[in-house]
Design a protein around this ligand. Sequence first.
Ligand SMILES: *Cc1c(COP(=O)(O)O)cnc(C)c1O
Length: 361
Amino acid sequence: MINVTKTFLPDQEKYLQYVREIWDRGYLTNNGPLLQELESQLKDYLNVDHLYFCGNGTIVLQIAIKALEITGDVITTPFSYCATSNAILWEKCTPIFVDIDRATFNIDPDLIEQSITPATTAILATHVYGNPCDVEKIEQIARKHNLKVIYDAAHAFGVKYNGKSLLSYGDISTCSFHATKVFHTIEGGALISNHPELDQKLSLLRAFGHRGDESYHFAGINGKNSEFHAAMGLCNLPHVGEIIAERKNIFDAYDALLDWNKLEKPFRSSEVEYNYAYYPVVFSSEQVMKKVMEALAEQEIIPRRYFYPSLNTLPFMPNQIPCPVSEDVSLRVLCLPLYVGLAQEDIERIAAIINKSLLSP
Ligand SMILES: *Cc1c(COP(=O)(O)O)cnc(C)c1O
């Protein structure tokens, strides 16, 4: 079976060395030495100054909303994983969906201002597939209307824009290090802030608002992560360069093999140093997409409908705001298998099955 992704696993012996170290120390979690080492290495690798390793890529969205004291309405994208809008709801705010740009599949900056009301306090946008949002326009709008900006950068590990880390845009960026992402710690996530004055608050918010000296500051949450997860990160981080390079090769192979007369893909600016996180293709209709899915399933090849459905259509959303572009793209898009170890012959087979199903009426 070929899945949309397959988790990268580092050398087992190297991981076990870390595990033995943890055993010897008897210190398993709560800001331990491996976690601190991982945070330090991640700051170097990503070239950011303020980074907090946390439990997962969802709790960091919630902590970011809390840290920036966001209330009321939050402008967000309908084309993302449900964690993005669920975090807004969980923090008792209201997601206001703004449709996506037809070329990039990211929130359309030209539609943001018309959705701003006195209740709007923030923009939470996703760099979908690791493609940067229009960070300059979003910053301009946020300044003009005094809004906070959070980027859900769950897909954007290692991406650079205009030569600098994409994570350095906005007030806070959040990452996911889930086992399905480009860089993983089994479960995990990170808060990246561009405000030194938030340091205390972020480190307290992820640990109950409680410091070891028995001082209690405010109602924090448990957003911590363990030494075992940090150890996986320390094993994987040295491989990220090779992981991204191999993903690029697979990406280029699909680019060369697929029949682009009948397919589309999102646009990516040439200013981007990309991480090749996903390989989305958009078919001419949902019917064609389903036909391709069935043809692939017959050969036990399982792509994923990232992202479907468009989040604005989820039945539990408090307001049903139409987003025609996102609803249309989400019906027609599939992400193809893309992972380290995917064989060239399998890539050729996948492309051939897709091209063949596109030909028949
Ligand atoms: C994976 C993902 C998340 C959630 O991350 P977890 O670590 O699984 O909680 C959030 N947002 C987006 C866009 C994602 O793809």
